[in-house]
Design a protein around this ligand. Structure first.
Ligand code: F6R
Length: 241
């Protein structure tokens, strides 16, 4: 596991963006595993800047996102589909036919998850999986539990995650209670993992996940077993280690 110390959020975003940009340059038809949330927004901005400068070409890139709320239509401004279009897809020349998210409007969870696993499988492996880190150590929506889940599955969000996500909705009651998420097995299958984490409020999660025992109570701790993980963290997020 490699930890890159960034000065602040801007520095973190540039460093993480450079790692993704170099992959896209070296392997123009790469498969990117993408994340939503606040942390990767700066990374996506960096990539958009590079694209606007003529330094990056996404025309052959494919993508597969970590997760999607169950029951939110794609047109809802808090759906992850909407987020990805707003923050990346509509601002670079990625072919939208090659972008993938779980179908949050599929009411049959077993079908939605099996279909998404089939999509991931058909892409022949994710070259780089970008991740954020939840306060409780979640990656994707893999919440603290007594087990690690392998494939895409439907989760009931923990109270802490609902509270963290309330800032994006009119009220806590509006936050969806369930989501479809890649499993830990899907994430561990990526050839490279790039985790971005920022802020003092994530310091405890960083300490427990990457400097403690591997346990499903801190789901990201499993990344200690991945052979190619890069964590780009700012000083605040590293303040307890
Ligand atoms: C997003 C995701 C989540 C977030 C995590 C951190 O697709 O799956 O695991 O990465 O909740 O979110 P932020 O970056 O908003 O703190």
């Amino acid at each position: 596991m490699k930890i890159i110390r960034a000065k602040d959020y801007q520095d973190l975003s540039r460093k993480a963006g450079q790692i993704i940009a170099s992959l896209v340059t070296l392997k123009p038809d790469c498969v990117l595993g993408l994340a939503t949330g606040s942390t990767p927004i700066g990374t996506y901005k960096y990539l958009i800047e590079q694209y606007n400068n003529g330094d990056l070409d996404f025309s052959q890139v494919s993508s597969v996102n970590l997760d999607e709320y169950k029951g939110l239509p794609r047109t809802h401004d808090q759906s992850y589909y909407y987020f990805m279009h707003e923050n990346l897809f509509d601002k670079v020349n990625i072919d939208l036919a090659n972008t993938n998210l779980p179908d949050g409007m599929e009411p049959d969870s077993d079908k939605a998850c099996a279909d998404y696993d089939a999509v991931i499988e058909s892409m022949g492996g994710v070259d780089l999986q970008l991740l954020g880190l939840g306060h409780n150590g979640h990656i994707g929506f893999n919440e603290p539990s007594d087990q690690f889940k392998k494939g895409t599955h439907c989760v009931t969000l923990s109270q802490r995650t609902i509270e963290a996500n309330t800032r994006f909705f009119a009220s806590e009651a509006d936050v969806p209670r369930q989501a479809y998420t890649m499993g830990i097995g899907n994430i561990m299958n990526a050839k490279k993992v790039l985790l971005v984490v920022s802020g003092a409020d994530k310091a405890e999660a960083v300490k427990n996940c990457f400097f403690g025992p591997i346990t499903p109570q801190w789901q990201a701790s499993i990344l200690q077993l991945h052979k190619d993980v890069v964590i780009v963290a700012d000083e605040a997020a590293l303040s307890l280690v």
